[in-house]
Write a protein that binds this ligand. Structure first.
Ligand SMILES: Nc1ncnc2c1ncn2[C@@H]1O[C@H](COP(=O)(O)OP(=O)(O)OP(=O)(O)O)[C@@H](O)[C@H]1O
Length: 707
């Protein structure tokens, strides 16, 4: 039995993991896999390179496979039934936090601060007839149930189009809450009666009539009425009459599902939603949806799933990669329409997704997925990142997740011990070498029209000097550490292109490099990344598009030509090294004086292409002064560390870290390996024993004194 199997992973997946030479689960995997297999929502915050992808892919793959097997064996979807049931709660005409079971007969909202409502997908119309349905309180909480027209607010009873009866014994319409009947709670059955002949709404509790609650305004009486409910951290189930009612139908009334065809109203807010027949699990409908912040990352996760499923046969689990480019819209539409069978919603690099503006997409997709799946399982959400401790993520988790468990090994954003990160200050006032530089990297042209020249000490001149010096320092870092593999991060696409040209110009094959950024075509991005991974080129020059998640086995070095202005991106960038217990060195070049840089905001019509507006952003220009010293302070503050500084020769001093390691290789004499374990632990154990003795002596002394 492999170590992973001990955590509940099935042998076929265990075999694939074994072949990938993963001997033991990482800490985050050991914690998260059982939680996900057990059905929980998980917020996974763990350092870069700690194996979060496996931590969610493995258990999800397993559950998806088991579901497919059940479908194949005819075990799945039983609760849904095969008969068409037009009388259900709507899957779309509902509040954000309202969950509806696939059979459409039970709903739940776990939002405890706000009310969330839902209407049935069908109703009655025609101004005549007497209709009845039952709603049962199936869990503690606050609820209100009744009838509403299609234009009523989902918060039933808060406008004149909705008529509700609440658990506190109040009826409500038009925000007017009056005493009515009596309070009700868990297990009580509320009968909701609509008498269109007389224009009255009344209720029963456990079969006992509570009398007329409302007289319907003549204007709306002729409209359509739908069963409606609103909940606050509560759950209710519904019977529209397709199965036996718990209590006798009041005299003269009929079950609402028996409405004559001509008087049947379809809820126009449902947008032609699927009938419940569609909710029977389909072998091809997506069961897990994983959202990634970049093409490259989506592809990487996709590849990892393919590796994990290698030995999973019959039924076959199929995976689909939806990335920008050809036919994406078509593919999305086709696939995402079927989200009614989805069991897992994963947001990888969640804080990054939110920062990139995907909140709306996430909420829309979440809304489309039923919160309880066909086989009675709750939708599981997994949200992960190395920098999950942001306000936005916490808000999102509160809104969308169901009592999530934090798998958070450090409790704050942290850099793995395997990443050695240093900064080198670039000071054009102390290092005047730029004044005599003949060849240098092409700068971004921000100062093309400024009178920048050696000798003048203007802010613009120093800013231009920074740009020139950074090209040289980058080369120096490469040479000093004999880097033959590194990711080099630049701030803009233009900076990447300029550096690429410069490295090729000065070094040819010696500095062979490719670019990865948003202006390169998808095929080129893919090819460039593959070339870099296959070691056909030494350097990958990229913007923050590659900051997150990219996993290049054994990558020894990264260089930040400019620090990111977003502190979490520093953590992600430097986390491209030091992965899977290998050591890595990250060098950041930090200007001591402000640098004027391009910043093409929303107002820039070309978004940077051929834009020469060097005015500052506060006058709608496209430049800003970039203060790296400030960003460095923010990063240090965030990580609660002082980052080691190295001199301009970029030599990394020999210390505990260096000298014992080869960047790109696993640590030999430290870490968790069992080799030399005893030797390593002996001094610590001795010290512990000494402390314990000391503590005992102290205790005895005090104890004896007290006696
Ligand atoms: N249990 C394991 N044993 C050995 N290697 C592992 C194990 N789990 C993951 N890895 C390897 O560790 C590397 C990092 O894993 P992964 O990409 O999942 O990290 P991550 O936590 O998602 O990092 P990031 O936050 O940067 O996205 C990968 O190369 C992966 O193959």
């Amino acid at each position: 039995m492999t170590a992973f199997e001990e955590f509940g992973v099935m042998p076929e997946i265990g075999q694939a993991i074994d072949e990938m030479e993963w001997m033991l689960p990482t800490d985050v995997q050991a914690e998260a896999i059982p939680l996900i297999l057990g059905g929980g929502d998980v917020l996974m915050a763990a350092e870069t390179g700690s194996g979060k992808t496996g931590a969610f892919c493995l258990p999800i793959l397993q559950i998806v496979w088991e579901t497919l097997r059940d479908i194949k064996e005819g075990k799945a979807g039983k609760p849904v039934g095969h008969k068409a049931k037009p009388w259900t709660l709507s899957f779309t005409d509902r509040g954000n936090a309202m969950a509806v079971t696939p059979d459409g007969l039970r709903c739940q909202s776990r939002e405890f601060k706000e009310w969330h409502g839902c209407r049935a997908s069908t109703g009655v119309r025609g101004g005549k007839g007497k209709y009845y349905y039952e709603a049962t309180v199936t869990d503690e909480g606050l609820c209100r149930v009744g009838w509403s027209t299609e234009i009523a607010a989902l918060d039933l009873g808060t406008d004149r189009f909705g008529f509700g009866f609440g658990g506190t014994g109040k009826k409500s319409n038009c925000k007017q809450f009056d005493n009515y009947g009596e309070a009700f709670g868990k297990c009580d059955v509320i009968g909701c009666c609509l008498d269109l002949d007389r224009g009255e709404v009344s209720f029963t509790k456990n079969g006992v009539s509570l009398g007329v609650a409302f007289r319907i305004d003549g204007n709306i009486k002729g409209g359509s009425f739908f069963p409606a409910v609103v909940l606050k951290n509560a759950e209710m189930s519904f019977n529209f009459g397709e199965t036996d009612f718990k209590h006798p139908v009041p005299e003269g009334f009929v079950a609402v599902c028996k409405v004559a065809h001509d008087n049947l109203a379809v809820n126009p807010n449902t947008g032609g939603e699927a009938s419940t027949q569609d909710l029977k699990p389909k072998p091809n409908a997506p069961q897990a949806l994983v959202i990634e912040p970049s093409r490259e990352l989506a592809e990487q996760t996709f590849n990892q799933i393919q590796k994990f499923k290698k030995h999973l046969k019959d039924p076959d689990v199929r995976e689909l990669l939806l990335i920008g480019g050809v036919n994406i819209k078509e593919q999305m539409e086709q696939r995402l329409r079927l989200l009614t069978n989805c069991k897992f919603f994963v947001l990888d690099e969640a804080d990054g997704l939110l920062k990139q503006g995907y909140t709306e997409l996430i909420e829309r997709l979440h809304k489309q997925i039923p919160k309880i799946t066909a086989d009675g399982r709750r939708l599981q959400m997994v949200v992960c990142s190395a920098t999950l401790h942001s306000f936005e993520v916490k808000k999102l988790a509160e809104r969308l997740m169901h009592f999530p468990t934090w798998v958070d090994l450090k409790g704050e954003d942290a850099v793995p011990e395997t990443v050695h990160h240093v900064v080198c200050m670039v000071d054009p006032q102390k290092d005047a070498s730029w004044q005599a530089m003949r060849a240098h990297v092409t700068t971004d042209g921000v100062h093309a029209k400024d009178n920048v020249r050696p000798g003048s000490n203007t802010a613009e001149t120093l800013s231009e000097a920074i740009k020139m010096l950074k090209g040289e320092y980058t080369l120096r870092a490469i040479n000093e550490h004999q880097m033959d593999r590194a990711i080099i991060f630049c701030r803009t696409k233009l900076d990447c292109d300029n550096l690429e040209r410069y490295l090729r110009q000065v070094g040819g094959q010696k500095y062979s490099c490719v670019c990865l950024h948003g202006d390169r075509k998808p095929q080129e991005r893919k090819a460039n990344l593959e070339k870099f991974k296959a070691k056909q080129v030494k350097f990958l020059i990229c913007t923050d598009v590659a900051a997150r998640g990219l996993d290049v086995t054994g990558l020894p070095f990264i260089i930040n030509v400019t620090l990111p202005d977003e502190k979490s991106n520093y953590v992600h960038r430097i986390g491209r090294v030091g992965r899977a217990e290998r050591m890595g060195l990250a060098i950041s070049l930090v200007a001591t004086v402000p640098e004027k840089v391009w910043y093409h905001g929303q107002w820039c019509s070309s978004r940077g292409k051929n834009c020469w507006n060097t005015q500052l952003t506060d006058v709608k220009g496209c430049c800003m002064w970039y203060d790296e010293k400030m960003y460095l302070a923010e990063i240090e503050d965030h990580l609660n560390v002082t980052i080691q500084q190295v001199d301009k020769d970029l030599k990394v001093p020999m210390n505990d870290f260096d000298g014992k390691v080869t960047y790109g290789e696993k640590r030999l004499n430290t870490g968790t390996g069992y080799k030399d374990h005893v030797e390593q632990l002996t001094p610590v154990v001795k010290e512990l024993a000494r402390l314990e003795r000391e503590a005992q002596v102290l205790y005895n002394k005090r104890f004896l004194v007290a006696q």
